[in-house]
Design a protein. Structure first.
Length: 179
């Protein structure tokens, strides 16, 4: 029996502890555009690479013409769309909610954690690096994952574990690594 999780992109419209509703809506809209560009079904089933029994169904909405014009830059759309899916995967599948955006050059994108304790926000927290591929095959997804794993090593001195999540839109596959 395959394990199934359903992720709703619209959930991001509510935001998260470290993500405003506006940022969440923009990322969800970018994911909608990427899923339409890759002819995804409704819902879009994603396999988790290396875990044969896990399938994640992403519930998405066809984007408006205005949304498609807004996300014409496919590189930016892929980056933000992958962020939408990865943040939902982090929260729903891994149990780690986004706490804060990292700075550019740190080797990772977000801080995530299981609990929010304002007295010690980063106790038992992890780093999260996200990447996306609009096109490409499983081998490219694996290569991107290895590249992103190496990238997180830049901040190893912080002493926190790191997740890497790579979202493959065309191949409907996720690669999740904890290091």
């Amino acid at each position: 029996m395959a394990s199934l999780r359903t992720l709703f992109l619209k959930e991001l419209h509510q935001g998260m502890y470290g993500l405003t509703p506006e940022c969440g809506m923009a990322c969800a809209q970018a994911a909608d555009v990427c899923l339409e560009l890759t002819d995804a079904p409704h819902p879009a089933g994603f396999a988790v690479l290396g875990e044969d029994s896990v399938r994640l169904d992403v519930i998405w909405n066809p984007p408006s013409e205005q949304a498609k014009r807004s996300w014409r830059d496919r590189i930016e759309a892929t980056e933000q769309g992958a962020t939408a899916i990865a943040l939902l995967v982090s929260k729903s599948y891994l149990g780690e909610e986004v706490l804060e955006r990292s700075y550019i050059g740190g080797g990772f994108d977000y801080w995530v954690g299981k609990t929010v304790d304002s007295a010690d926000l980063f106790r038992d927290k992890k780093r999260l690096e996200i990447s996306g591929l609009l096109e490409g095959d499983i081998n490219e997804l694996r290569r991107r994952s290895e590249k992103k794993i190496a990238q997180t090593r830049r901040s190893d001195e912080l002493g926190y574990q790191a997740y890497v999540i790579v979202v493959g839109f065309r191949v409907r596959t996720l690669k999740i690594v904890l290091r």
